[in-house]
Design a protein around this ligand. Structure first.
Ligand code: UTP
Length: 290
């Protein structure tokens, strides 16, 4: 019987250099797709997966991410006085209960593994989720829910994966696969950003994880990996064997919003899903493609 996944870590302390100058003072995770910041999509995905505690790993200038999940009393009063129930609900609908949003500080962006390690005291000794908010995953059910359903059966470390072209393996953590039933792949390890010629497979992690707390014993060592950063991939790789490791093929549409083209595609795709916007957006951009 695996333990229930109650806590999720949102690493949001990165510098977002690929989005400069937009991210000079605004956190990348606050960039909106249509009318919601990226972080809100990630939190809503976690809520749908049954997560109860939301842990933000922030850095300088990122406190606004925590603010976003607090009340805005003046605005709420104004909307309520105007009888603007729709906008009021948009502010209130995905706000976690009091005491369920926590934050820790990563004083320097030393890598994703380091960011997750900063949450170790809050996680303690239970399985937990990690969501990278710049990966926007559109699916039914939500990607994290798909992972937790698999984790309920197999335990250990479970990550979301997708198949990438050979020439893209050096952008991702790549799984070393033992067996694969077409949806769930059992793996014996994971390598961060391998050259195509060294890549053990083409199954790439896409920013959603359910992890065993034993990853912290590797992260405690603070070892640098690919790109000189403390890599979460290396901690998962080091724990494999002691705990099972599986990749779950993500069933849905993925937008890499850390990248400009992916971010723009996400805006178009999400707008086209909105009945109040789809026609207007088609009309506004259609002629640009002729
Ligand atoms: P990325 O590498 O995609 O984000 O990290 P980045 O470093 O902010 O972006 P670029 O490459 O400079 O444009 C994935 C996630 O991990 C977080 C980031 O905030 C992002 O959500 N992260 C990364 C941290 O919290 N701390 C780190 O040290 C590194």
């Amino acid at each position: 019987m695996t333990r229930r996944v109650r806590k999720a870590v949102f690493p949001v302390a990165g510098l977002g250099t690929r989005f400069l100058p937009a991210t000079k003072v605004i956190a990348k995770e606050m960039l909106p797709v249509v009318d919601k910041p990226l972080i809100q999509y990630a939190v809503e995905e976690a809520i749908e997966a049954g997560i109860e505690y939301f842990i933000f790993v922030t850095g300088r200038g990122k406190s606004v991410l925590v603010e976003h999940f607090d009340h805005a009393p003046e605005l709420e009063l104004l909307l309520s006085e105007r009888g603007n129930e729709h906008d009021l609900q948009s502010l209130l609908s995905s706000m976690p209960e009091p005491g369920r949003v926590l934050s820790v500080r990563q004083q320097a962006p030393l890598g994703l593994g380091h960011a997750v390690w900063c949450a170790r005291a809050i996680i303690g000794d239970e399985p937990f989720a990690v969501l990278l908010p710049d990966e926007l995953l559109m699916s039914e059910p939500a990607c994290l829910k798909q992972l937790i359903d698999v984790h309920d059966g197999v335990g250990g470390n479970v990550v979301a994966v997708t198949e990438v072209p050979d020439e893209h393996t050096n952008r991702y953590g790549i799984l070393d696969v033992v067996s694969d039933d077409g949806r769930v792949a059992k793996a014996r390890g994971m390598v961060e950003k391998p050259d195509p010629k060294d890549a053990p497979s083409r199954l790439a992690n896409i920013g959603r994880y359910v992890l065993d707390p034993s990853v912290f014993s590797h992260l405690d060592k603070q070892l640098s990996g690919a790109g000189g950063e403390i890599q979460l991939t290396d901690a998962i790789d080091a724990t494999t064997g002691a705990v099972p490791f599986h990749g779950v093929r993500f069933n849905g549409e993925r937008f890499d919003c850390g990248d400009k083209a992916g971010f723009i595609a996400a805006n178009v795709a999400y707008a086209l899903k909105r009945p109040d916007l789809a026609d207007r957006v088609r009309e506004a951009v259609g002629h640009l493609f002729k």
